[in-house]
Ligand binder design. Structure first.
Ligand SMILES: Cc1cc2nc3c(=O)[nH]c(=O)nc-3n(C[C@H](O)[C@H](O)[C@H](O)COP(=O)(O)O)c2cc1C
Length: 233
């Protein structure tokens, strides 16, 4: 099916385990999602583990220097289920139970990132491809070209970061036009069927990513349903 897998820095399973599970079902390209972090040693540790596990690229998420205001999560007192930690951040379940989700997120992530600072640092520590996830404007596509990034993911974080962001399917065409073939373009957000994928490819994306459909498939019937949610939609 040519499915790729992106591993979050906040994943509840390690990149080593996720890559092993992916490779057990077929050739899967893995990428490591990264945030700009306050502690470069933690950030570099994630990069080294991703390289050793065989990830091809870093997806640097640019849209979350701080966590968005998430009323539902506040109302529900969102926390990962007991027993789940953040192994890529070396945080045990007990560690993360001691902080709210927002405080935990904001304690790791740098709120002062910039193109110049982040890209040159990443280039100095890894040969993996560098993609910027969370681009929504032609201006940012131009900057990604200028900073010699390998690709951009047109994404609004599934609409979970800021209210009122443009839909990615609307942001895609001007971004693809600005790219003029100089940089690779992927998209995510609201991709729910083959027709959605067709539209995204027609509007200039090379590839689509999905977030929630995989989780819904897993929640309903574990891995079989997840695969079937990819195959049938
Ligand atoms: C539960 C959940 C956790 C997420 N965590 C991250 C994350 O750690 N880093 C990140 O860059 N994006 C994260 N995202 C956003 C996804 O990577 C992706 O941009 C989004 O889910 C795509 O929209 P879709 O769910 O409509 O397919 C998360 C999304 C969900 C639903």
């Amino acid at each position: 099916m040519n499915v790729n897998m992106g591993v979050s820095s906040f994943s509840n399973h390690s990149v080593e385990d996720v890559v092993a599970a992916g490779m057990a079902i077929g050739p899967v390209h893995h990428v490591m999602q990264l945030y700009s972090m306050k502690d470069r040693k933690t950030e570099e540790g994630i990069i080294r583990r991703a390289e050793a596990a065989g990830c091809k690229a870093i997806f640097l998420t640019a849209d979350s220097p701080v966590l968005g205001v998430r009323y539902n999560e506040w109302r529900n007192g969102f926390q990962p289920s007991p027993g789940l930690g953040y192994p890529m951040l070396n945080r045990s379940p007990e560690d993360i139970a001691q902080q709210s989700h927002d405080d935990g997120f904001n304690s790791f992530n740098s709120d002062s990132h910039s193109w110049a600072k982040e890209i040159s640092w990443l280039r100095s520590v890894t040969n993996m491809e560098i993609w910027i996830k969370g681009v929504l404007t032609p201006e940012d596509v131009e900057l990604a070209v200028e900073y010699k990034c390998d690709g951009v993911v047109i994404s609004n974080h599934g609409g979970r970061q800021l209210d009122e962001t443009p839909a990615t399917i609307d942001a895609l065409p001007p971004c693809a036009q600005a790219a003029r073939g100089r940089i690779r373009i992927h998209v995510d957000g609201g991709i729910r069927s083959g027709v959605d994928i067709f539209k995204a490819l027609a509007l200039g994306a090379e590839c689509c990513w999905v977030g929630r459909p995989a989780l819904w498939g897993l929640a309903v019937c574990l891995p079989f349903s997840c695969l079937s949610s990819c195959e049938h939609n």
